[in-house]
Ligand binder design. Sequence first.
Ligand code: GTP
Ligand code: ZN
Length: 380
Amino acid sequence: MHQVERAIFDLRRGLPVVVVAGDTRVLVQAIEGAGEDTVSRLAGHAGDTPSLVLSRHRLAVLGEPDARRLARLPLTEGTGRQRLVDLAFGIRPELAVGRDELADWRRSLAPAEAADRAALALMRRALLIPAALVARVSEAQRPAVEARLEEGTWLAVRAEQAEHCLEGDVGMLKRVSEAQIPLADAFDCRFILFREPDGLREHVAVVIGEPGNGEDAVPLRLHSACLTGDLFGSLRCDCGEQLRNAVADIQALGGGVLLYLAQEGRGIGLANKLRAYTFQDTGLDTLDADQVLGFGEDERRYGVAVDILDALGIRRVQLLTNNPDKVAALAEGGIEVVERQALYGSLNDHNRRYLSAKSERAGHLLDAVLNGGQDPAARP
Ligand SMILES: Nc1nc2c(ncn2[C@@H]2O[C@H](COP(=O)(O)OP(=O)(O)OP(=O)(O)O)[C@@H](O)[C@H]2O)c(=O)[nH]1
Ligand SMILES: [Zn+2]
């Protein structure tokens, strides 16, 4: 797994990495940071014309009606930076690329292989745009590529390892450090930091009071990081208020746990969330904007939350959320969700469309906020 982490750093720096799938060597590079001549340089290194691997979400945006899985779009050698961007995450691809050309390119789509799937998994884990330049290394170029690997200029990663880098190693989370931190709304708080085994993400469990000693379900909030909302009180979402309300509610319930999860932007990362916001300003809703970037409507996984709860010895919870996916994910992880309790921020002119889309398209239980109605805080 060590090579995978290093590969992620190289990709984030704009360097190519070599993905090894059986006997095939594939050069992989991120779209971010690609320059005017990146495609031709990659072609030179590999001895093969590069392709662009696109996620099924992005393929759907490009008009591929049958986009059930990722695929590879062969490029021409002269493909420049702007065209790459238009294809990978441009908002109006049919205008930028041209309808006819796009239709041609769609016809030339090739099914993705292990190295292509590995490339997209690496991009996602690296919080980059989920699109990758890939080029098969020819026999003629193989010695030159091996030489670069040997001298340490590039590094190689096995496709099987890279493909699974999003899943994480269950049970391998490290409990790193902790401290007592009194909060304005809850005096007796202990912050416990957990680090994922690959060292790339850290999550914090805020233990309020002394939960988990009795038979009762532990009040629990799973909060996904939102820098703009949590820290700056952004009006585009309701996260900051939810965060503070969660602390106060857990305190009022006699103590519990808040997991502050490194899942900024529903798991797409801050850079991509800012891109998505810019798309939303042109009229897309929160889910469509993510799809234009190549992401699904929610990229979060909750295995890490289950791991932290295991580490804290918590098996039964009262979950503070309006998101049925969180209830389902915990149940799937073997945590008994005894009760769901609603948790709201307030509605304003800037977050109304965001909350409506979550309610209407993602099934979040937000009627009480949107319509001023009553939420029964239903049992799951
Ligand atoms: N991609 C994307 N992420 C957003 C947007 N607005 C907010 N977010 C992120 O959405 C996440 C919201 O997290 P939560 O409040 O934990 O979860 P939730 O899914 O709304 O469910 P609740 O438990 O009901 O609050 C955070 O990671 C925010 O950064 C947006 O427009 N686009
Ligand atoms: Zn937010």
